[in-house]
Design a protein around this ligand. Structure first.
Ligand SMILES: [Zn+2]
Length: 478
């Protein structure tokens, strides 16, 4: 833990030096997805940012226990499962597996624990009992509610006060509530719905209680770090704090971090807008590395507007990085000059950026400075310098994940996209055939025929690039 890590803590709204409860260990919770469909790319930001935090904390030497849940019990899941005539838990489980595939495709490392609500019922029920016992929960007709005014500092994260919240709520809505801001901990199940036995009858938990219960189960009563999208700050995180502090009678979490939205155009990207681009579809089209790059090329607290330019820039940068990595693998050591500072210091500079509230954008900038330097100096790098080049690439891969484990695969996908002939009246095998014919023409110095072939291909939007080794690449002009 040589280096000090600064984190913008939303409890204080200030950047603070991160001090875990137990030296060297971090208890980290991140709110996970509700699984009933393919997730859209807007969801990916929270996952990739949580993955970044996990990786960076580990690289700073912390022993991280990272919990990310799956919400597999939820009104939307029950409704969707009913539509397709399936058991709600099995239906949700299918989507848990699909979401896991998406997470892998975004280069996410596994969390330490990925609990599901359906597997946490005893802990959820126990926590609700503790809340009731401690005077913050009450039962009305099989429903358990949390009595918000019992928590004197309710609103400390979202900076809302109970009086302000109360005036914004229509009083007639829930006459059975003691206070308009009270929220559900446990609700009775309707006939035929997935339900669990409880001291209050068959039912299921409200949304917020699951995270409090899972956090306690795997991390104990007090966490070092809790993360989620900014939309979860209120009411979800505020209610998590209220529940956990009422049940455990101690502080719930010392540091709260929230990532901003990924906006599509000028409106918040959400399914209801119809701007559905699923992670799955995106990855099929461009590869997960491109989406990861888009999401980490800006600071997690900055708003990110999705535009064609943002996408194109990410594609270009991912290509540059991966071409560079492949290229450096064939660099040969020259002489014994000392390792240039630009190479020797890059990892430290990237670490400094990451230590400053996980500034992945800053770290990426440092990496590109390094990349440009290395490319210019490639013919004069000693063995020691090359070793450091590889170590820097390894850091980029392991700690930020902006280098794929298989760089050539990433490049192949780009090539596949560029060689998509579906919008043209020429096919790939004919192009390959003409390229071969041109090669033969050139070797027999038949320049007229070689030019003719190039012109024919150009007219059909096929762009040729001759490589120094005599091979020729082609792509369809975009
Ligand atoms: Zn949560």
């Amino acid at each position: 833990m040589g280096q000090e890590l600064k984190i913008h803590n939303n409890l204080s709204r200030k950047k603070e030096t991160f001090v875990p409860i137990e030296p060297g260990k971090v208890k980290f919770y991140s709110c996970g997805p509700t699984t009933y469909d393919y997730l859209h790319i807007g969801n990916a930001r929270a996952f990739v940012v949580g993955d970044l935090f996990n990786r960076v904390l580990k690289s700073f030497g912390y022993d991280v226990t990272f919990v990310r849940n799956f919400t597999d019990v939820d009104d939307k899941i029950i409704a969707r499962a009913k539509e397709v005539g399936k058991d709600a838990i099995e239906f949700a489980d299918h989507w848990v597996n699909e979401v896991k595939k998406d997470m892998e495709s975004l280069g996410m490392k596994p969390a330490t624990h990925t609990p599901k609500v359906s597997e946490t019922m005893p802990e959820i029920i126990q926590m609700i009992q503790d809340i009731i016992k401690n005077g913050s929960g009450y039962v009305v007709d099989g429903e358990v509610l949390f009595n918000v005014p019992t928590m004197k500092d309710y609103g400390k994260l979202s900076k809302k006060d109970i009086d302000g919240l109360q005036s914004g709520i229509r009083v007639e809505v829930d006459a059975h509530k003691k206070h308009p801001t009270d929220f559900v901990l446990w609700k009775p199940a309707k006939e035929g719905e997935a339900s669990w036995d409880s001291p209050w009858g068959k039912g299921r938990p409200g949304w917020h209680i699951e995270c409090s219960a899972m956090a306690k189960k795997f991390l104990g009563p007090t966490l070092d770090l809790h993360h989620g999208g900014i939309d979860l700050m209120f009411p979800h995180h505020e209610n998590e704090i209220a529940q956990s502090e009422a049940a455990n009678q101690c502080n719930f979490c010392n540091n709260w971090v929230h990532n901003e939205f990924l906006n599509f155009g000028t409106e918040k990207m959400s399914k209801s807008l119809g701007n559905v681009i699923t992670i799955r579809k995106f990855v099929e089209a461009y590869g997960g590395q491109v989406l990861r790059h888009v999401l980490l090329s800006v600071h997690y607290r900055a708003r990110l507007e999705w535009t064609d330019e943002v996408l194109q820039r990410a594609i270009d940068e991912v290509r540059r990085i991966h071409e560079f990595v492949v290229e450096t693998q064939s660099y040969k050591a020259q002489g014994s000059a000392p390792v240039p500072l630009e190479i020797a210091n890059c990892i430290e500079k990237m670490k400094d950026e990451l230590a400053n509230d996980f500034n992945s954008a800053g770290a990426l900038g440092q990496y590109f400075t390094f990349l440009r330097f290395v490319k210019n100096a490639k013919d004069s790098l000693s063995e020691a310098a090359l070793k450091q080049v590889h170590a820097t690439n390894e850091f980029m891969k392991e700690v930020i994940g902006l280098i794929n484990a298989e760089p050539s695969k990433v490049l192949k996908q780009f090539q596949k996209n560029e060689q998509d002939t579906s919008g043209t009246d020429i096919d790939a095998s004919y192009i390959e055939q003409l390229i071969e014919e041109r090669k033969v023409a050139k070797s027999s110095k038949n320049w007229a025929r070689a030019d003719e072939i190039r012109n024919e291909l150009t007219a059909k939007k096929v762009v040729l690039k001759d490589n120094p080794d005599g091979s020729t690449d082609w792509k369809i002009q975009g």
